[in-house]
Design a protein around this ligand. Sequence first.
Ligand code: BG6
Length: 491
Amino acid sequence: TGSESHIFFVFGASGDLAKKKIYPTLWWLYRDGFIPEGTHFIGYARSQITTEKIFENAAKYMKVKDNERDLYEKFVKLNSYVAGSYDKDEDFKHLTNEANQISNQESAHRLFYLALPPSVYGSVSELISKHCRPKSPGWMRLIVEKPFGKDLESSNKLSEHLNKFYTEEEIYRIDHYLGKEMVQNIIVLRFSNQILSRVWNRDSIAAVNIIFKEDIGTQGRGGYFDEFGIIRDVIQNHLMQILSIVAMEKPRSTKGEDIRDEKVKVLRCIAPIKPEDVVIGQYTGDKNSKDPERQQGYLDDKGVPKDSTTPTFAQVVIFINNERWAGVPFILRAGKALNEKKAEIRIQFRSTPGGMFDDDNHGSDPNGKLARDELVIRVQPNEAIYLKLNTKRPGEMGFSIEETELDLTYGNRYKGVKLPDAYERLILDVFMGSKINFVRSDELEQAWRIVDPILEEIDKKKIPVIPYTFGSNGLNEAFDAARKHGYIFRG
Ligand code: BG6
């Protein structure tokens, strides 16, 4: 029946996110046959432009292959564009009339992607609900992206506003880290392997490190970034989401609500971060670099005020006050303009007790100590799971011990398997109505509660911002703090 067709609306269709992520993602999903038959796409924004222009701008992100040209043309034909304001009733009525005509029915399911600045979220969400809902039995789903406010209070306000117009069921809050293969894999790894579930607690684990590094600066996004800083940009959302999955209790089932219940429960066991558990930094240009980008410090970004103290690097230490985790530091570290792009989770196990090997040669440890076992889940690049273990150095006499790796690097083990982009999975999830990989309002509130007090301290400039050079590995002050909490760096 006709009621099974869909309309996907892209709000902010002329903007950056739409061009770089949303339109390319829709095309890849279409190309791979995931978009339901009969779906139309409608872009909406203030600019008086055309569908052709939108696709022209997005062309270099689409990666269309020569043999896909015909299919691509078919996809482009399913797209329309409507120009209008973000705050006038008549424009949204007009949009809905257009949509009815395009899909030739009023009950097609409607998905709305808000790729918009937060300043217009309020009016747009209200007017969509008022004027653009499909007729029954069609459903509607609203996809929203961070920033969800700037702190606990503004985030709660936004939630209240959305709750006036939508049920929680209808709202899909994107955190694109939840669409990444290795983040989704944590749940399987933890709960389908007895060998891991037995040791996944304070008795065996000494520390957990969750690390996000980028080798680029703000790249002209300084205007946006300066208002938020690295804690709001990456830690409050992406790293806190990873933490909740690493630390949660076993969900009752794989249902979205069961999983999200456990994530919220563990977040509720975390006290707000204390200022003494925070190290923050801001990058300066590397005068010796040959790369012009690396010569630019954060304060050289055009959008950034010259006296800005916004952190581009932060490390926070979090404790979970429950039976499984009491006393285990979760060290979350994130920085821009570092030496590499990498995201990984390092689970470091306690030192092996007993001195049996004390007199032997531990070549890989500068202090001659037996290395700790460590499980590493590398989210990106080059997805991998590896377990660092001690083995006998091959071929040598006696007990010469070497630290080595049980290595599951996906590129080697799963040759030729294509891992979809995070946005592909997430948008497909919305079509299918799966909520597992979206942030529920109570999760969001908990994540804000945990960082809220330190954000206030930082905004009031009460925490010193330590400079670091573009391209460095991180702040020594942060590494020292991690060491103080018992994490052992190696190599
Ligand atoms: C975004 C942040 O949420 O994540 C950016 O706003 C950051 O500052 C990006 O660069 C990183 O995403 P990914 O998928 O490249 O690790």
